[in-house]
Design a protein around this ligand. Structure first.
Ligand code: NDP
Length: 322
């Protein structure tokens, strides 16, 4: 089969489209014929070696498709079932063998592309807004990169939970998308100082929570946007990794909280995984959550997809189609 592999960490050229042996489903695994694989920022961190994996490795953590075969002892899924997964390696491929405990059934009404689009970004938006800092009416949330894949979903769920949302984006086009997703206020942080703008919009009070996936470029000012005892949820580093941090800063700035969550810890049990996926799919089918598929690339053009994301162009989900 064809797959995208990294032999040496590096820029997008490190993604090689090549022939590899077909995977065989082991005990407790199912072989999935991939219909769409999701592109996520974490794939770039893997490619760069920021989260090192043993080389050579097949890139990608998220896909949807159809069960083609099952390994020994598998009773949970059958050949022909439509399934999706996130946070499981080897997704940029025509086929992938996945432990069945990571598989989520895809309900009627949800296409393979839509399912592949939400297994990481959708479930992340869910845990951030429902559990890491459970938003409720009366809260104001600052959401960076509010028109991005995760950002636009987070804005919608935050609004659904009754919070006021201030989003940041880099361009006018993205501002329109963030507003379409439901953001009450949008700051173009490439043109104005977002800390000053947030203080103006909150009458000097600050916000209860900042969801910061930009990292290096926004971290310090994100802390300054918080109310007393506010929460900085640092969940990514699209602009680069945050420097080592002195916890006394949290004391000085008003007894703040800082957390660095990741999806794996919030889908730690099968029940949690299925529960979050169920909510997301139900909201999508009810028209309460809109997933914007920004662009699809053939699997062979994974490098182009990475360049597109790194160039800050994403306006929703990017998918690879084998
Ligand atoms: P996005 O589609 O949101 O793309 C990233 C966005 O970040 C860009 O569109 C851009 O928006 C913004 N950005 C700001 N500075 C830069 C920069 N220097 N280079 C590139 N982009 C920049 O990607 P994802 O939705 O896949 O991921 C968003 C973030 O969420 C990532 O940091 C990712 O690691 C994190 N994440 C974390 C998870 C977790 O569980 N912890 C799970 C899933 C994602 P703009 O142009 O508007 O500034």
């Amino acid at each position: 089969m064809k797959a995208i592999r990294v032999h040496e960490f590096g820029d997008a050229q490190a993604l090689r489209y090549e022939d590899v042996a077909d995977p065989q489903p082991g005990a407790g695994e199912a072989l999935i014929a991939v219909e769409a694989a999701g592109v996520n920022f974490i794939d770039i961190y893997h490619r760069l070696g920021w989260y090192p994996l043993k080389t050579p490795f097949i890139v990608g953590l998220e896909a949807a498709g159809v069960v083609e075969a099952v390994g020994e002892g598998v009773t949970e899924v059958n050949v022909g079932d439509r399934v999706a997964f996130g946070m499981t390696n080897n997704a940029y491929a025509e086929k992938v063998a996945v432990p069945v405990r990571h598989l989520v059934p895809v309900p009627a009404g949800i296409s393979a592309q839509q399912a592949a689009a939400v297994m990481i970004q959708g479930l992340t938006a869910h845990y951030l807004s429902c559990d890491t800092f459970p938003l409720q009416p009366g809260h104001t949330a600052l959401i960076h990169a509010a028109a991005g894949g995760t950002g636009a979903l987070l804005v919608q769920i935050a609004k659904k939970r009754g919070a006021r949302v201030i989003g940041t984006v880099s361009t006018a086009e993205k501002e329109a998308l963030a507003r379409e997703a439901g953001a009450d206020e949008v700051i173009r942080y490439t043109e104005v100082d977002f800390e000053t703008a947030v203080k103006e919009l909150t009458k000097g009070q600050g916000v209860e929570v900042v969801y910061d996936s930009v990292g290096k470029d926004t971290f310090d000012k994100s802390l300054n946007c918080l109310k007393l005892r506010g929460y900085l949820v640092l969940f990514g580093q699209a602009s680069g990794q945050v420097e080592p941090f002195d916890p006394q800063i949290l004391n000085r700035k008003g007894s703040l909280f800082l957390t660095r969550p990741s999806l794996g810890a919030y889908v730690a049990t099968r029940e949690e995984l299925l529960g979050r996926a169920h909510d997301i799919f139900t909201w999508m089918n009810a028209g309460e959550l809109t997933v914007r598929i920004d662009k699809t690339f053939p699997l062979s053009e994974a490098a182009e997809a990475h360049r597109y994301m790194e160039a800050r162009k994403t306006q929703g989900k990017v998918l690879l189609i084998p």
